[in-house]
Write a protein of this length. Structure first.
Length: 176
């Protein structure tokens, strides 16, 4: 099934991508399910998780995230959308702010920030709408010591090779 023009498709895919993150932010599992293809061939890779395949297991993974995350907000940057026929590719950086349960005194729990680079693959559904086929999120490595140094894309630090005998000053590296 073919859709409208290239600009219309890019706009529709961009809207579908935004709706995906809005569903997660609002912890709306029904809305999340509506964003995915109704097909057993879907898959997701959450940062630090193995590949999860199958509609039931993918949606279960989101239910677990929603049940264990008191607050989450995504600020998407570096969004690139490419559409070829009935397939679309979205790459972006997820700037994530999340928090745990409220403190005993009722105040907000601790907030944690992180960066994830994501690839979202969409397919045009029979109704003409765009549905997610696969999501892959990889954590961005961030230098933990705050010193200046060689930076790669997105300000990430780039270290030497395994045979580099010099102390590169990177110190411990952590996942964002």
């Amino acid at each position: 099934m073919s859709g409208g023009g290239a600009d219309t498709d890019v706009e529709a895919v961009t809207a579908a991508n935004t709706a995906l993150y809005e569903a997660l932010e609002s912890a709306d599992l029904d809305a999340m399910g509506a964003r995915w293809l109704d097909h057993e061939g879907i898959s997701v890779v959450h940062p630090g998780w193995p590949v999860i395949s199958g509609r039931g297991e993918v949606l279960r993974s989101y239910a677990l995230i929603m049940a264990n995350t008191e607050y989450i907000q995504f600020f998407l940057t570096d969004v690139e959308v490419s559409v070829i026929a009935d397939t679309a590719l979205v790459t972006c950086t997820e700037n994530i702010l999340s928090g745990g349960p409220a403190e005993e005194d009722g105040s907000a729990g601790p907030l944690v920030g992180g960066l994830v680079v994501a690839t979202n693959v969409f397919r045009r559904a029979p109704d003409g709408g765009w549905r997610l086929w696969s999501h892959h999120g990889s954590p961005v490595l961030i230098d933990g010591d705050g010193e200046d140094g060689d930076e790669g894309p997105g300000g990430t630090r780039q270290g030497g090779g395994a045979d580099d005998d010099e102390d590169d000053g990177l110190g411990p590296t952590r996942f964002a």
